[in-house]
Design a protein around this ligand. Structure first.
Ligand SMILES: [Zn+2]
Ligand SMILES: [Zn+2]
Length: 291
């Protein structure tokens, strides 16, 4: 897997051995005793898997976004349409192996197959190579593509775009492009799975008496009912108002965490009222500490 950072990418000089290389060495390269057949592709090789990292704002991640990504990717050569032969010409079947890619030697009565020295196991020979790709049929080009990020992407989500990686060689399939999403934090919401946690400050009076308070969601406000006698830290669940699920099926919940606030200054009248309240309050909140 070739790793790219920060939305733009560099490609190492073939140092990163991708899955394609392993695949290629397993299934390519002139297997001995192959069937006869004209245009066998002896060295079909899957293209390289690429990875690119994109950074999204919290809102982009929630809504889904189409983001531009710059990457260096091996693609079929535009000049020769991937054939490797100069435009106007085409590769010819190797006469030494008749296109099979392997030739046999008789050693003491045994037929030992070996890679055709004429075509290097490819079955075809290019007499007049394409000058753009020097006969390889592919070129590494810098591409700016737009990548669709589905709603609900998390920090660290890997999205696989099948076939958007490097081009395959000699008819091999293209590799995949993996998009790793980084999501900036929100000033208001904290993500917990598919749920969104929001801290909701309420006054002591609202907590004690109960209240209907408005809280923001991803799409407008909702009114939540704080039951009378709610303690600090109580969490109220609003189903369906959390983060969109990556599966595309619904959303998590909004978890409204009540934070009881204490006024930092009081008017004379408020002080008077609170003292009157306090005089009537017979509960000892610390009774449990001394049992
Ligand atoms: Zn070419
Ligand atoms: Zn050959």
């Amino acid at each position: 897997m070739l790793r790219m950072g920060g939305g733009s990418a560099r490609m190492g000089g073939g140092g990163a051995a991708g899955f394609g290389d392993i695949f290629g060495s397993m299934f390519g390269g002139g297997a001995p005793g192959g069937r006869r057949g004209g245009a066998r592709r002896q060295t079909a090789r899957r293209g390289q898997d690429l990875e690119v990292e994109v950074t999204l704002s919290f809102d982009q991640a929630m809504a889904g976004a189409e983001v531009p990504v710059t990457l260096e990717r091996r693609e079929a050569c535009a000049m020769c349409s991937g054939s490797g032969a100069r435009a106007g010409s085409s590769p010819r079947l190797c006469s030494a192996c008749d296109g099979r890619g392997s030739v046999t030697h008789d050693v003491g009565g045994f037929s030992i197959p070996e890679e055709c020295p004429q075509c290097g196991g490819q079955g075809t020979v290019i007499d007049d190579p394409c000058p753009d790709c020097r006969g390889t049929g592919t070129r590494v080009v810098e591409r700016r593509i737009r990548v669709r990020i589905p709603a609900g992407a998390k920090d660290g989500t890997r999205i696989k775009l099948k076939g958007k990686g490097g081009a395959g060689m000699r008819g091999g399939p293209a590799g995949d492009l993996h998009v790793l999403t980084r999501v900036m934090p929100s000033a208001i919401f904290t993500r917990k799975g598919d749920d969104l946690v929001i801290e909701v400050p309420i006054t002591f009076a609202e907590a004690a008496l109960g209240a209907k308070v408005e809280v923001p969601t991803l799409d407008g406000r909702v009114a939540i009912t704080v039951p009378a006698g709610s303690q600090d830290g109580r969490t109220l669940r609003v189903p369906g108002k959390g983060a969109p699920k990556l599966s595309g099926k619904g959303s998590g919940s909004l978890l409204a965490k009540i934070r009881v606030t204490v006024p930092s200054s009081l008017t004379d009248k408020q002080t008077e009222a609170l003292r009157a309240f306090s005089d009537l309050d017979t509960d000892d909140p610390r009774a449990r500490l001394f049992t």
